[in-house]
Ligand binder design. Structure first.
Ligand code: OOG
Ligand code: MG
Length: 261
């Protein structure tokens, strides 16, 4: 895959994101043979473009880490992308539906590390020992592809549909709870739309952060201390509508919410 094609595909997804416009997935016609490794090259180029435009990375995110997500999206392997500063929504804030294409939300558990984690061979126990605190979070995903229809390489190239993140401010240290048996509900206007437990994410959300460290190690990178990290949707994602009040509650971890106008 030459540089010209990488640039072309990065432009393709970035333009769609900027213009809040749906596009046909890359593998449909433009480049059906796109591999996962090539898709990460496109993602890296997309990230460089965003940084050249003055945006900064807030933290990494894992995706497709639960069976619910694998089934919903018809893809079957954990992937990662990045949340940028312009995507962060303050807890209790109101977003405007018109700033998105077809947004969906996911309940997630977030981590902040107290020391860098460098793979390979990072385990969940390493993650827990290196965690400063955990917090409830909501990810807003907004695939640039028509109808959220994509293959794994497509969604990697599109920065794993990253579009928004609401980080809860209730901080707990991991020894205060057992993250696998933390119950999670996602409610809209007081009605529970989906529910699950931390164990939905690779048996324990800490496994997701370990996977991230081990995947990044292949590129000589590490998971950095101090950044909020999303471990992946616990349940299937739920479509947002105007007038929604979204609340995610995690047992023992508190809750996080925002409004949609
Ligand atoms: C891809 C992003 C998946 C998660 O938590 O599983 C993701 C998508 O479903 O559009 O963020
Ligand atoms: Mg997610």
């Amino acid at each position: 895959m030459d540089e010209q094609l990488i640039n072309k595909l990065a432009d393709y997804v970035y333009q769609a994101e900027k213009e809040k416009r749906e596009i046909v997935k890359i593998t449909a016609e433009m480049y059906p043979e796109l591999s996962i490794d090539e898709a990460y090259l496109v993602q890296e180029e997309l990230i460089r473009r965003k940084q050249n435009d003055g945006l900064t990375i807030v933290g990494p995110k894992m995706g497709i880490t639960s069976e619910a997500k694998m089934k919903q999206m018809n893809v079957d392997n954990p992937i990662y992308g990045y949340v940028f500063d312009d995507m962060v929504v303050a807890e209790g804030d109101t977003i405007s539906l018109s700033d998105y294409i077809h947004p969906k939300i996911e309940p997630e558990i977030g981590f902040v590390l107290k020391r860098d984690l460098e793979g390979p061979n990072v385990t969940a126990l390493d993650v827990l020992r290196s965690t400063e605190y955990v917090f409830p979070a909501i990810e807003i995903i907004d695939s640039r592809y028509e109808n959220f229809n994509f293959t794994l390489p497509d969604v990697v190239a599109d920065n794993t549909s990253a579009s928004g993140a609401v980080f809860g401010t209730a901080l707990k240290t991991p020894d205060q709870l057992e993250l696998d048996v933390v119950g999670v509900t996602l409610s809209i206007n007081g009605e529970v739309k989906s529910l699950g437990a931390g164990a939905a994410v690779l048996s324990h959300p800490a496994n997701s952060i370990a996977s991230l460290a081990n995947m990044l190690a292949k590129k000589g990178e590490k998971v950095k201390a101090g950044q909020p990290i999303l471990s992946g949707g616990i349940t299937a994602a739920v479509r947002l509508s105007e007038g929604d009040f979204v609340n995610v509650k995690c047992g023992g971890l508190g809750d996080v919410s925002f409004f949609v106008k």
